[in-house]
Design a binder for this molecule. Structure first.
Ligand code: TXA
Ligand code: MG
Length: 328
């Protein structure tokens, strides 16, 4: 194992200031960070992650002033929502300031900004300045919520990991784009649609809230957050006949039959279910199982929305009724 885990920040600060990449904890998932001032560091993020350049990065800040300097239009509505949800798992997409490196924004005219709640992330940003950071996993894989997950994503890399323990939230931040009359949720997260609606009831003007399309968020691909073995979503009443069906379907899909399907059980409390989601996926993947199955639930309210968004993108197969009825 060549990765180093360091709880102190001297070395991380040094490396970031020199244009290197460091893995940092946030309250959502671990990030692979570089200074926004270092074009070299930014390039290293894409190389290490094997991430396509069309997928833009989030800039992490540690105060409102830093946030405002990244955009040409720090809208009163963005300021209001940031004051409600920052620091926290809430990312705001706004028109980009000209000094923001186009590598961060994939050439788009907007930039995604987040003020994370983790104290170690905040301290590093105070020491180095704003940090661009995607989740610290290979492109398309499950995000890491513990330092050892980062190590297993980049076993050969000489990567410094700042150890901030297990991430509290467990799934990536809510991403929204904002204009004066509209909030579009591009990626659901722990700041839920219901929480945004409640905050907007205290705002001076009417604002529409909607779910954005995947084109609006270039990283929202169908196959994302994927574990190393197939993941299947099934209806509760079908679990009895599951073994036979899975063997067949997985055989058709991957060419290999699934003999040892293991259930990923979701906690009834969605905050706990989210916190455990990715580490459970990893645990089952490494347990000798050859398939993960998750039993569908009808609840898509609040935090469940983010959990099912990630599960449906992680799924190789969706055997739920809703899916089989919808056109391909
Ligand atoms: O919780 C999080 O957001 C974590 C931690 C490390 O902060 N970060 C994270 O980054 O999940 P990443 O790169 O894995 O996901 C960022 C998402 C992508 O789907 C990307 O397409 C979207 O944010 N995004 C970034 N800039 C954007 C922009 N200008 N317009 C629309 N979507 C953008
Ligand atoms: Mg990611």
């Amino acid at each position: 194992m060549t990765s180093i885990i360091e709880p102190k920040l001297h070395k991380a600060t040094d490396l970031l200031l020199k244009g290197e990449v460091v893995a940092i904890p946030t309250e959502t998932v671990y990030g692979l960070a570089a200074s926004i001032e270092s074009n070299e560091g930014l390039k290293k993020i894409f190389a290490l992650k094997e991430r396509p350049f069309f997928d833009p990065l989030i800039v992490h800040v540690a105060n409102f002033k830093q946030a405002a300097t990244l955009t040409t239009d720090w809208l009163p509505l963005a300021d209001y929502l940031a004051r409600v949800f920052w620091p926290g798992p809430f990312t705001i997409v706004l028109p980009k300031a000209s000094h923001v490196d186009p590598l961060i924004t994939s050439g788009l005219d907007t930039v995604a900004i987040r003020y994370p709640a983790h104290p170690l992330a905040q301290e590093l940003i105070h020491l180095v300045g704003p940090l661009a950071a995607p989740s610290a996993n290979k492109f398309g894989h499950t995000s890491p919520t513990q330092p050892k997950h980062v190590q297993s994503e980049f076993p050969g890399a000489n990567l410094l990991i700042v150890d901030g323990g297990t991430c509290e939230v467990g799934v990536e931040s809510t991403v929204v784009s904002i204009d004066a009359e509209h909030v579009r949720i591009l990626r659901p997260g722990a700041v839920t649609e219901e929480m945004i609606q409640a905050a907007l009831r205290k705002w001076s003007h009417p604002v529409a809230v909607s779910r954005g399309s995947s084109q609006a968020s270039p990283g929202s691909l169908k196959h994302h957050y994927m574990p190393k073995i197939p993941l299947v979503i099934v209806e509760p009443q079908k679990t009895a006949s599951l073994a036979a069906e899975l063997r067949l379907r997985i055989q058709n899909e991957t060419g290999k039959p699934a003999q040892n399907a293991v259930e990923l059980k979701l906690n009834d409390d969605p905050a706990i279910a989210a916190r455990e989601l990715y580490s459970e996926m990893r645990k089952i993947s490494e347990s000798g199982a050859d398939c993960i199955y998750v039993v569908n639930r009808s609840d898509r309210q609040g935090m469940w929305s983010a959990i099912w968004d990630r599960l449906s993108r992680a799924a190789t197969l969706d055997l739920t009724d809703a899916h089989s009825k919808s056109p391909q």
